[in-house]
Design a protein around this ligand. Structure first.
Ligand SMILES: [Cu+2]
Length: 130
């Protein structure tokens, strides 16, 4: 009985270790901190983009289906996060300092957005859901 229990424990430990090994360091984690990324890193749900004067940082962002991405208005001027190729159009509306906008992308794809106050030539960004 004791031997069987010890063997079961060994199998569980081996399974956990092999799970961790499946996610190489540097790739997004699974949200628990297991998988090479610390809590708060990619995969933890903390996906933030800064809306500054006049830029999005980072302006190119990768995430997974189901991830929520939040834009935070840190500049002193008014800006928007506006996706033109989505149906329906995703639009934060024009917001100022302290503004926030969160969106969850369910489908894979490359989504381009811009600030409708300053135009795509000045402020644009891309979200890649993969
Ligand atoms: Cu702007």
């Amino acid at each position: 009985m004791k031997v069987v229990r010890a063997f079961s424990l060994l199998v569980i430990v081996a399974a956990v270790l092999s799970c961790q090994a499946e996610v190489p360091p540097g790739l997004p984690g699974n949200g628990t901190g297991i998988g090479g990324n610390p809590p708060g890193g990619p995969g933890s749900g903390a996906k933030q983009i800064q809306v500054g004067d006049n830029f999005f940082s980072p302006n190119s962002f990768n995430a997974h289906p189901g991830d929520s991405i939040t834009w935070n208005w840190t500049g002193s001027n008014q800006h928007s996060v506006t996706f033109t190729t989505t149906n329906p159009i995703i639009d934060s509306g024009v917001q100022g300092t302290g503004g926030k906008f969160t969106y969850t992308f369910a489908q894979t794809g490359v989504y381009s957005y811009y600030c409708k106050v300053h135009g795509a030539a000045v402020m644009s960004g891309t979200i890649t859901i993969q």
